[in-house]
Write a protein that binds this ligand. Structure first.
Ligand code: BES
Ligand code: ZN
Length: 630
């Protein structure tokens, strides 16, 4: 009896201590999740005081280069915290004139001290039963999100142009808002622009100009602030099919239409892989050449650079990328910028699935290989052991754009490719379909994703877990050696020609007839530089590379020209750098020029002329290359 009792006692203790350590583990885990889901890049407390809806009422003033008006935030009056604490919103470079409650009384507000990268928090003292606060404000000269273009800097050259770029944390520089990817809201807007111009947003859009310059917008799906977008210019619309179309300035609309006429089909293909497109329309806006990015996935309206209008549809996989964000990113959003790979890695993976469905496996294998080359170079650059090569980033106290590297894009997608190859495409697709459904219109952390992945795909399959090595990919540096080698059918042929060329075969005798852009990119990347000027000349004579209409080919050719001191291409290089603002092209070219005293001189001269054509973000980037000491 005694024995049994003590046995029972002992086992009770054991059981309870076991339960204790289990609860402790669970608590630790929850703490860890809470800590890693902390967004270090917003000063807003809108996760405590939920804001359900934004009403914007703004005027775009091209003379003052300012957006001015009001932002009304609607509060959730049922939420217990509403009315008990002050509300904090993010701002940066905004002038705040006044704040009114819904009963038109003045609210007390203060702009807190500037915090590096984050700007100034706007503190508004709420009172009980506050239904809404209206903030009257205007943007100042240096708003990071905005590029104001003169008529000269557009294609049409007869009207000015304005557009915004809010990702990652620049929405706060044109709207006082809770600017974290984990906070979502719906919005509507009234936007007044000079008559004769069209305004477009990441929302339901007009297809014609209004007579009075006033436009109304509605976005009924909740989105994070980084997907707020506005463009104003002398724009026109052309329909592709019932739910897709393209906007641009009049004199490039036909070119744009021709390049993108298959995009309707692309949306159908994407839906077949990962389920219904949830945003209504999918339109594309082609911006003037100063646009600093390739593309930006603003919901319902992808913004894109004109530099993908190659004339032969060869660069439309960039549209596949922005379209894919309609699932990965816009529907299921990275909760913080530390989880950026959940946006971009998934999107590159998905983009390549779309491209594979349209162009075939041999074709997309080239994209996988070029991506892996980029990733290897980036890892080399950052350092093989660098913390910044983990998928799960640590950006606390740092500029979130530091995370904008091939690690998120290429290591992220390579990781998903490993999962696909291990569990089989059908299983992975089923899993991803469920994932996009389950987390639709929500934000998600890396920890939560891994938990979901284990629970819904990997648990019970230790062989899969061992083959994939989730920890190594997500919480470790460099490129784990189980990455998938892409097929090389088409690049093997290119490498034969590289060898022939190296061995003295003349450019005219190389077999290049069937080459796509990506074979050319591989060829031009892999011919060993510096290349003899006579050989550069031979290539140029034969293929007219210095005058290539294809911006990707031109970019790599100019890079090789600079490295090989092939000065004949200098006028075209100069022209290219003045007329494109796309950071992806600017960065390597300016860096290469900086390697020699002559190049340095050329770079600073070009920048003097080019600077005004660049977006503030691109200016910052180029200046960091030209003047590293500042
Ligand atoms: N969402 C990104 C652009 C971005 C990321 C802007 C982070 C600011 C901060 C967009 O989808 C993107 O990845 N664009 C790429 C093109 C793509 C094909 C890799 C670009 O602009 O080069
Ligand atoms: Zn992207």
């Amino acid at each position: 009896m005694k024995l049994t009792f003590s046995c029972l006692f002992l086992s009770l203790i054991l059981l309870s201590s076991c339960q204790n350590s289990e609860t402790q583990n669970k608590k630790d885990k929850e703490l860890e999740i809470a800590a890693s889901s902390q967004d270090w890049h917003t000063q807003s407390n809108a996760h405590e005081i939920p804001l359900s809806h934004l009403h914007l009422n703004i005027t775009v003033n091209f003379d003052q280069k300012s957006i001015l008006g009001s932002a009304t935030w609607f509060l959730d009056t049922l939420h217990p915290a509403t009315g008990t604490k002050p509300l904090y919103l993010d701002t940066r470079g905004l002038q705040i004139d006044s704040v009114l409650f819904d009963d038109h009384t003045q609210a007390n507000f203060i702009l807190e001290q500037e915090v590096p990268f984050l700007g100034r928090a706007l503190r508004i003292d709420l009172k009980e039963n506050t239904k809404s606060v209206t903030i009257f404000y205007k943007t100042e000269q240096n708003s990071t999100a905005l590029q104001w273009l003169s008529a000269q800097q557009t294609f049409g050259k007869n009207a000015p142009f304005l557009y915004t770029q809010s990702e990652s944390i620049y929405a706060r520089s044109w709207i006082p808002c809770p600017d974290g990817p984990g906070i979502r809201f719906t919005y509507d807007a009234e936007v007044k622009v000079p008559t004769g111009l069209m305004a477009l947003m990441s929302a339901e859009n007009p297809q014609e100009k209004s007579g009075d310059g006033v436009y109304h917008f509605k976005m009924e799906e909740a989105i994070p602030a980084y997907l707020m977008a506005l463009a104003v210019g002398d724009l026109t619309f052309k329909k592709i099919d019932e739910r897709t179309g393209v906007y641009s300035e009049m004199n490039i609309i036909d070119k744009a239409y021709h390049e993108f006429e298959d995009v309707g089909q692309m949306v159908n293909v994407a839906e077949n892989i990962y389920g219904t497109y949830r945003w209504g329309r999918y339109d594309i806006l082609v911006l003037p050449p100063g646009f600093p990015l390739g593309g930006m996935e603003n919901p319902r309206l992808t913004f894109c650079t004109p530099s993908i209008l190659a004339g032969d549809k060869s660069l439309v996989n960039l549209i596949a990328h922005e379209l894919a964000h309609s699932w990965s990113g816009n529907l299921v959003t990275n909760a913080t910028w530390n989880d950026f790979w959940l946006n971009e890695g998934f999107t590159v993976y998905f983009e390549r699935r779309i491209t594979e469905a349209v162009q075939g496996k041999d074709y997309v294998d080239m994209l996988w290989e070029l991506g892996m080359q980029d990733l290897k170079a980036t890892v080399e650059d950052l350092g093989k052991e660098s913390r910044d090569t983990w998928l799960s980033l640590d950006l606390k106290g740092r500029d979130p754009d530091i995370g904008l590297t091939d690690v998120a894009y290429e290591k992220g997608s390579a990781f998903l490719k490993v999962i696909e190859e291990t569990v089989g495409r059908d299983n992975f697709d089923k899993f991803l379909n469920e994932y996009f459904k389950k987390f639709a219109f929500k934000s998600i952390t890396t920890t939560r994703f891994i938990e979901y992945l284990n629970k819904n795909l990997l648990d019970g399959h230790d062989d899969w877990k061992n083959a994939i090595r989730v920890q190594d990919w997500v919480y470790g540096p460099g490129i784990p050696d189980n990455y998938i080698q892409p097929g090389r059918v088409r690049f093997e042929k290119v490498e034969k020609e590289i060898q022939a060329f190296n061995n003295g075969t003349k450019a005219g005798e190389l077999v290049t007839d069937s080459w796509s852009t990506y074979e050319w990119l591989h060829f031009l990347r892999k011919i060993p530089y510096p290349i003899d000027v006579t050989k550069m000349n031979d290539l140029d004579q034969q293929f007219n590379l210095s005058n290539s209409e294809n911006s990707e080919i031109a970019d790599i050719w100019y890079l090789q020209a600079i490295r090989s001191n092939y000065t004949k291409a200098n006028p075209q290089i100069k022209d290219f750098l003045i007329h494109t603002g796309r950071m992806k092209f600017l960065e390597p070219l300016y860096k290469a020029l900086m390697q020699t005293p002559k190049g340095k001189q050329m770079a600073t001269d070009i920048y003097k002329t080019a600077k005004n054509n660049y977006h503030p973000l691109a200016q910052k980037e180029v200046e960091s290359i030209l003047y590293p000491e500042n």
